[in-house]
Design a protein around this ligand. Structure first.
Ligand code: ZN
Length: 257
Protein backbone atom coordinates (compact mmCIF):
# COMPACT_ATOMS: atom_id res chain seq x y z
CA UNK A 1 0.00 0.00 0.00
CA UNK A 2 1.16 3.51 -0.74
CA UNK A 3 -1.24 5.47 1.44
CA UNK A 4 -3.87 8.05 0.52
CA UNK A 5 -7.49 7.55 -0.35
CA UNK A 6 -7.05 4.08 -1.85
CA UNK A 7 -5.53 2.80 1.35
CA UNK A 8 -8.27 4.29 3.50
CA UNK A 9 -10.91 2.76 1.24
CA UNK A 10 -9.28 -0.67 1.31
CA UNK A 11 -8.90 -0.52 5.04
CA UNK A 12 -12.53 0.47 5.44
CA UNK A 13 -13.72 -2.43 3.29
CA UNK A 14 -11.60 -4.84 5.27
CA UNK A 15 -12.99 -3.48 8.51
CA UNK A 16 -16.51 -4.03 7.22
CA UNK A 17 -15.60 -7.56 6.19
CA UNK A 18 -14.27 -8.30 9.66
CA UNK A 19 -17.58 -7.17 11.14
CA UNK A 20 -19.40 -9.29 8.57
CA UNK A 21 -17.32 -12.31 9.49
CA UNK A 22 -18.04 -11.88 13.15
CA UNK A 23 -21.74 -11.42 12.56
CA UNK A 24 -22.54 -13.67 9.65
CA UNK A 25 -19.77 -16.13 8.97
CA UNK A 26 -17.81 -16.69 5.80
CA UNK A 27 -20.55 -15.99 3.25
CA UNK A 28 -19.97 -12.27 3.60
CA UNK A 29 -16.21 -12.59 3.20
CA UNK A 30 -16.70 -14.43 -0.08
CA UNK A 31 -18.23 -11.22 -1.45
CA UNK A 32 -14.80 -9.65 -1.06
CA UNK A 33 -12.51 -12.04 -2.94
CA UNK A 34 -9.64 -9.56 -3.06
CA UNK A 35 -10.29 -8.07 0.35
CA UNK A 36 -7.42 -7.17 2.64
CA UNK A 37 -9.01 -9.46 5.16
CA UNK A 38 -7.02 -12.31 3.65
CA UNK A 39 -3.81 -10.53 4.53
CA UNK A 40 -4.72 -10.16 8.16
CA UNK A 41 -3.24 -12.20 10.95
CA UNK A 42 -3.52 -12.27 14.70
CA UNK A 43 -0.38 -11.36 16.63
CA UNK A 44 -1.12 -9.78 20.02
CA UNK A 45 -3.35 -7.34 21.87
CA UNK A 46 -2.52 -3.87 23.12
CA UNK A 47 -2.17 -4.72 26.81
CA UNK A 48 1.59 -4.92 27.46
CA UNK A 49 0.97 -7.03 30.57
CA UNK A 50 -0.42 -9.89 28.47
CA UNK A 51 1.89 -12.67 27.31
CA UNK A 52 0.90 -15.74 25.30
CA UNK A 53 3.06 -18.85 25.33
CA UNK A 54 2.67 -20.64 21.99
CA UNK A 55 4.20 -24.01 21.15
CA UNK A 56 4.59 -25.40 17.64
CA UNK A 57 5.41 -28.79 16.08
CA UNK A 58 3.94 -31.08 18.76
CA UNK A 59 2.64 -33.28 20.16
CA UNK A 60 6.00 -34.73 21.14
CA UNK A 61 6.25 -37.56 23.64
CA UNK A 62 9.75 -36.36 24.60
CA UNK A 63 8.60 -32.95 25.83
CA UNK A 64 4.86 -32.20 25.67
CA UNK A 65 3.86 -34.21 28.80
CA UNK A 66 6.67 -32.54 30.77
CA UNK A 67 5.58 -29.14 29.48
CA UNK A 68 1.97 -29.84 30.50
CA UNK A 69 3.21 -30.64 34.00
CA UNK A 70 5.11 -27.33 34.22
CA UNK A 71 2.12 -25.32 32.98
CA UNK A 72 -0.20 -27.10 35.42
CA UNK A 73 2.15 -26.45 38.33
CA UNK A 74 2.07 -22.72 37.55
CA UNK A 75 -1.64 -22.67 36.73
CA UNK A 76 -0.97 -21.21 33.25
CA UNK A 77 -2.73 -22.00 29.98
CA UNK A 78 -0.93 -21.90 26.64
CA UNK A 79 -1.62 -22.35 22.92
CA UNK A 80 -0.39 -25.44 21.06
CA UNK A 81 -0.12 -25.43 17.25
CA UNK A 82 -0.05 -29.16 16.62
CA UNK A 83 0.85 -31.10 13.49
CA UNK A 84 -1.83 -33.51 12.31
CA UNK A 85 0.61 -36.35 11.60
CA UNK A 86 1.96 -36.20 15.15
CA UNK A 87 -1.53 -35.80 16.61
CA UNK A 88 -2.63 -39.00 14.88
CA UNK A 89 0.49 -40.76 16.23
CA UNK A 90 0.00 -39.52 19.82
CA UNK A 91 -3.72 -38.76 20.27
CA UNK A 92 -3.54 -39.32 24.04
CA UNK A 93 -1.17 -36.34 24.39
CA UNK A 94 -3.51 -34.15 22.32
CA UNK A 95 -6.38 -35.17 24.59
CA UNK A 96 -4.28 -34.19 27.64
CA UNK A 97 -3.53 -30.78 26.10
CA UNK A 98 -7.23 -30.14 25.48
CA UNK A 99 -8.34 -31.55 28.84
CA UNK A 100 -5.97 -29.16 30.65
CA UNK A 101 -7.74 -26.19 29.04
CA UNK A 102 -5.02 -25.18 26.60
CA UNK A 103 -5.94 -23.91 23.14
CA UNK A 104 -5.16 -26.29 20.26
CA UNK A 105 -4.38 -24.81 16.87
CA UNK A 106 -3.69 -26.14 13.38
CA UNK A 107 -0.05 -26.35 12.18
CA UNK A 108 -0.85 -28.48 9.07
CA UNK A 109 -0.52 -32.25 8.76
CA UNK A 110 3.13 -32.54 7.69
CA UNK A 111 4.68 -29.04 7.94
CA UNK A 112 5.24 -28.22 4.26
CA UNK A 113 6.44 -24.79 3.16
CA UNK A 114 2.96 -23.69 2.12
CA UNK A 115 4.11 -20.71 0.07
CA UNK A 116 5.60 -23.08 -2.53
CA UNK A 117 2.71 -25.57 -2.56
CA UNK A 118 -0.27 -25.49 -4.93
CA UNK A 119 -3.50 -24.15 -3.45
CA UNK A 120 -5.19 -27.58 -3.43
CA UNK A 121 -2.38 -29.08 -1.35
CA UNK A 122 -2.52 -26.14 1.07
CA UNK A 123 -6.22 -26.65 1.55
CA UNK A 124 -5.78 -30.40 2.05
CA UNK A 125 -3.01 -29.92 4.65
CA UNK A 126 -5.20 -27.52 6.62
CA UNK A 127 -8.45 -29.47 6.33
CA UNK A 128 -6.87 -32.79 7.30
CA UNK A 129 -5.17 -31.29 10.34
CA UNK A 130 -8.47 -29.75 11.44
CA UNK A 131 -10.15 -33.15 11.04
CA UNK A 132 -7.42 -34.96 12.98
CA UNK A 133 -7.57 -32.56 15.93
CA UNK A 134 -11.35 -32.38 15.95
CA UNK A 135 -11.73 -36.15 15.87
CA UNK A 136 -9.41 -36.47 18.86
CA UNK A 137 -10.82 -33.68 21.03
CA UNK A 138 -14.36 -33.22 19.72
CA UNK A 139 -13.82 -29.45 19.66
CA UNK A 140 -13.65 -27.10 16.67
CA UNK A 141 -10.21 -25.72 15.77
CA UNK A 142 -10.18 -21.94 15.36
CA UNK A 143 -6.53 -20.92 14.97
CA UNK A 144 -3.79 -21.71 12.48
CA UNK A 145 -0.08 -21.01 12.43
CA UNK A 146 1.62 -21.39 9.06
CA UNK A 147 4.77 -23.53 9.10
CA UNK A 148 7.87 -21.33 8.73
CA UNK A 149 5.53 -18.35 9.01
CA UNK A 150 4.81 -18.61 5.27
CA UNK A 151 1.68 -16.60 4.63
CA UNK A 152 0.98 -15.95 0.99
CA UNK A 153 -2.53 -14.54 0.37
CA UNK A 154 -3.88 -17.87 -0.90
CA UNK A 155 -2.59 -19.62 2.22
CA UNK A 156 -4.38 -17.17 4.46
CA UNK A 157 -7.48 -17.41 2.26
CA UNK A 158 -7.53 -21.22 2.59
CA UNK A 159 -7.28 -20.83 6.35
CA UNK A 160 -10.12 -18.33 6.44
CA UNK A 161 -12.32 -20.57 4.33
CA UNK A 162 -11.91 -23.27 6.98
CA UNK A 163 -12.84 -20.82 9.72
CA UNK A 164 -9.24 -20.52 10.94
CA UNK A 165 -7.63 -17.28 12.12
CA UNK A 166 -3.95 -17.18 11.09
CA UNK A 167 -1.70 -16.46 14.07
CA UNK A 168 1.86 -15.11 13.85
CA UNK A 169 4.11 -14.06 16.76
CA UNK A 170 6.23 -11.09 17.91
CA UNK A 171 8.83 -12.78 20.14
CA UNK A 172 11.01 -15.63 18.87
CA UNK A 173 12.61 -17.98 21.39
CA UNK A 174 14.98 -19.42 18.73
CA UNK A 175 14.72 -22.62 20.75
CA UNK A 176 15.55 -24.75 17.69
CA UNK A 177 19.12 -23.46 18.00
CA UNK A 178 21.48 -25.01 20.59
CA UNK A 179 21.46 -21.92 22.83
CA UNK A 180 20.49 -23.59 26.11
CA UNK A 181 17.98 -22.55 28.73
CA UNK A 182 19.67 -19.19 29.37
CA UNK A 183 19.76 -18.35 25.67
CA UNK A 184 16.06 -19.08 25.22
CA UNK A 185 15.15 -17.10 28.33
CA UNK A 186 17.24 -14.11 27.21
CA UNK A 187 15.42 -14.05 23.86
CA UNK A 188 12.03 -14.17 25.59
CA UNK A 189 12.85 -11.49 28.17
CA UNK A 190 14.31 -9.21 25.51
CA UNK A 191 11.26 -9.62 23.27
CA UNK A 192 8.77 -9.05 26.08
CA UNK A 193 10.65 -5.89 27.14
CA UNK A 194 10.67 -4.59 23.55
CA UNK A 195 6.91 -5.14 23.23
CA UNK A 196 6.31 -3.51 26.59
CA UNK A 197 8.12 -0.36 25.40
CA UNK A 198 5.85 -0.33 22.36
CA UNK A 199 2.74 -0.87 24.48
CA UNK A 200 1.68 -4.22 23.12
CA UNK A 201 1.26 -7.77 24.32
CA UNK A 202 3.81 -10.52 23.63
CA UNK A 203 3.15 -13.62 21.56
CA UNK A 204 6.03 -16.01 22.26
CA UNK A 205 7.06 -18.55 19.61
CA UNK A 206 8.42 -21.73 21.20
CA UNK A 207 8.48 -25.41 20.22
CA UNK A 208 7.40 -28.49 22.14
CA UNK A 209 8.31 -30.64 19.13
CA UNK A 210 10.43 -30.70 15.99
CA UNK A 211 8.70 -30.94 12.63
CA UNK A 212 11.16 -33.45 11.15
CA UNK A 213 10.43 -36.29 13.58
CA UNK A 214 8.68 -37.30 16.78
CA UNK A 215 10.97 -37.25 19.84
CA UNK A 216 12.81 -33.95 19.28
CA UNK A 217 14.87 -32.79 22.26
CA UNK A 218 12.94 -29.85 23.69
CA UNK A 219 13.60 -30.10 27.41
CA UNK A 220 15.60 -26.84 27.33
CA UNK A 221 12.40 -25.15 26.15
CA UNK A 222 10.40 -26.81 28.94
CA UNK A 223 12.93 -25.68 31.56
CA UNK A 224 13.12 -22.16 30.12
CA UNK A 225 9.32 -21.92 30.37
CA UNK A 226 9.46 -23.14 33.96
CA UNK A 227 11.95 -20.40 34.83
CA UNK A 228 10.05 -17.71 32.90
CA UNK A 229 6.84 -18.57 34.75
CA UNK A 230 8.59 -18.74 38.11
CA UNK A 231 10.16 -15.29 37.71
CA UNK A 232 7.22 -13.54 36.02
CA UNK A 233 4.57 -14.88 38.39
CA UNK A 234 6.71 -14.02 41.42
CA UNK A 235 7.19 -10.51 40.02
CA UNK A 236 3.42 -10.24 39.55
CA UNK A 237 2.97 -10.83 43.26
CA UNK A 238 5.27 -7.82 43.79
CA UNK A 239 3.22 -5.56 41.55
CA UNK A 240 4.95 -6.05 38.16
CA UNK A 241 2.00 -7.49 36.33
CA UNK A 242 2.28 -10.28 33.77
CA UNK A 243 -0.84 -12.11 32.73
CA UNK A 244 -0.42 -15.28 30.70
CA UNK A 245 -3.18 -15.65 28.12
CA UNK A 246 -4.10 -17.89 25.21
CA UNK A 247 -4.37 -16.41 21.71
CA UNK A 248 -8.18 -16.43 21.79
CA UNK A 249 -7.91 -13.54 24.29
CA UNK A 250 -6.74 -11.41 21.34
CA UNK A 251 -9.28 -12.54 18.78
CA UNK A 252 -10.48 -8.94 18.37
CA UNK A 253 -6.96 -7.70 17.54
CA UNK A 254 -6.44 -9.02 14.04
CA UNK A 255 -4.10 -6.56 12.35
CA UNK A 256 -2.85 -5.64 8.91
CA UNK A 257 0.72 -6.72 8.40
ZN1 ZN B 1 6.52 -25.42 12.86
Amino acid sequence: MTGGIAEVAAYGAAGAAVLGLAAGGLAYASLWPTSQIFRRTLIAGENADEVALTFDDGPNDAATPQLLEVLARHGVRATFFAMGDFARAKPEIVRQVAAAGHVLGNHTMSHPRLSTEPAARVRQELAECNAALEEITGAAVKFFRPPFGARRPYVLRAARELGLTPVMWNVTGYDWNPIGIDGILANLDEGIARNRRRGRGSNLLLHDGGHCAMGAARMDTVRAVDRLLTSRLAASENGAATRFVTVDAWAGHVALE
